[in-house]
Design a protein around this ligand. Sequence first.
Ligand SMILES: Cc1cc2nc3c(=O)[nH]c(=O)nc-3n(C[C@H](O)[C@H](O)[C@H](O)COP(=O)(O)OP(=O)(O)OC[C@H]3O[C@@H](n4cnc5c(N)ncnc54)[C@H](O)[C@@H]3O)c2cc1C
Length: 500
Amino acid sequence: MQSTEKPAGDVLVVGAGPGGATLAYALAKAGCQVMVIERGADLSRDETLRGMPPETTAAYQTAGESERRRLSAAGGRCTDTFTNEGSGQLFVPFVGCGTGGSSSLYGMALERRYRHDFEGWPVSYDEMAPWYAEAERLYEVQGSPDPLRAVEAGCLAPGVPLSEANAMMFGHLESRGLHPYRQHVACRRVAGCGLCQSYLCAQAGCKRDARTVCLEPAIAGGRVRLLAEAEVAGLEASAGHVTAAVVKHRGETLRVAARVFVVAAGALATPRLLARSGLAQRSGLLGRRLMRHAIDLFVLALGPRHAEAGEAKELALNDYYAMPGQMLGTVQAFGMAPTLEYLRNKPGRNLWKMLGPAAVPVARLFARAPIVAGILADEPSADNGVMDGPRGPHLRYRLGALDQNRRLQLRRRILRAFARYGPVRVFGTSELPALGHVCGTAMFGERPENSVLDRYNRVHEMENLYVTDASFFPTSGGVNPALTVMANALRVAHHLEAVL
Ligand SMILES: Cc1cc2nc3c(=O)[nH]c(=O)nc-3n(C[C@H](O)[C@H](O)[C@H](O)COP(=O)(O)OP(=O)(O)OC[C@H]3O[C@@H](n4cnc5c(N)ncnc54)[C@H](O)[C@@H]3O)c2cc1C
């Protein structure tokens, strides 16, 4: 294997998800030369699998393990196998791999954290607010202000009017004294929109993700270069200064130099990359405090059916999150129920397969029914984390006793609020592979003894190394994470403009 030297320009970014691509976009706009290195595929290519999850394709049903992995990768999904330390079981995390990172698969709900969510953070809500506004404009977030924080309404386009079914539910929730609003979503809802959540969008320009909004325009502008299907295996450093990234690309090893290095490989990969490179060890927190939200789904079996997919993501409420003493988590429309083919072909425990023909009427009962998600803010714990082991990556995660209790409270409140619509709790997002909202494994803070990064996301005691993926969260908060990752990437890019 030979090693080739390459210059990246001003900044080398590891990972093309929201944390990496949004930063690259902003830096390019400011005139910097940026190289983005992404482990997964360039998902703008024709050979990607769009508009459906790989599990629903006919090929998937008869394919062997390696072909299934190939199909998953073509659908922008991670195919790495992790060990669950608690059970010893192997699993593949449901996160993105490819340009756009997990945002290529995401549900497009882009919500601001609450003011109280910044407690224990080295930056305040007021400091983040202008970057939230810029991220909302950039990603074209649509929705209506959350009545429980009307003064922090955000920069929202109104979007299409509520569907008849959702208008009815909206009225019902209001009549119960709750405060529903039009969910904040980065989806243009073009004709035929399938609300592509958990798979790549089939329609050009509909899903507003980090690839289409940031990476591709920045590449077209000439200041960002992309090296896809290339994995940063390590960072070389001396005297507090990173000098090169070691990159594996098509059987070659490259050493890529830059003035500044930004790691945005996602909260599962970033701490492992830094640890492999012998960096960011001082606080002992690297790879720890992993959070992922405890997400519960409820099918409203008696609720009004959605006429089209886009309608399945229109409502949200924060009554169980906004008030002191009620800080459990947000409640929001989740999207359409997956098809029976998908449920049957999912690896692992599979009730749907076991049900045989009986699964058909059950699945029909749920098809087009509204689904709501309760997203519980999980507390950080040093016992939860991710790291490489002798047999590959392993992950440890247990919801603490207090969180389990809070989860029961949130479930009870949701069941009560939607009682009229026959809510039935279903599984899927509660199991460990559902790591879409993973965060916290390289937290930022004020002091090097109790944080990995400083307030500008620079690794303490390293001059030119930054982390901008969701690893930096000190707490998970009760809302979806991606808008905060995007806004923060814009904030850090602004800081870097001054540094460069
Ligand atoms: C199915 C699903 C639905 C979701 N829905 C929502 C939602 O509705 N709203 C919301 O706010 N959030 C949602 N999320 C979460 C959101 O997508 C993530 O919070 C966000 O993408 C995190 O961005 P990131 O930059 O931290 O990392 P990622 O998006 O994980 O990007 C990291 C990138 O780095 C690459 N990489 C990793 N290691 C290396 C390496 N060594 N070298 C080079 N590249 C590397 C990866 O391949 C990946 O592309 C969802 C996630 C999933 C999976």
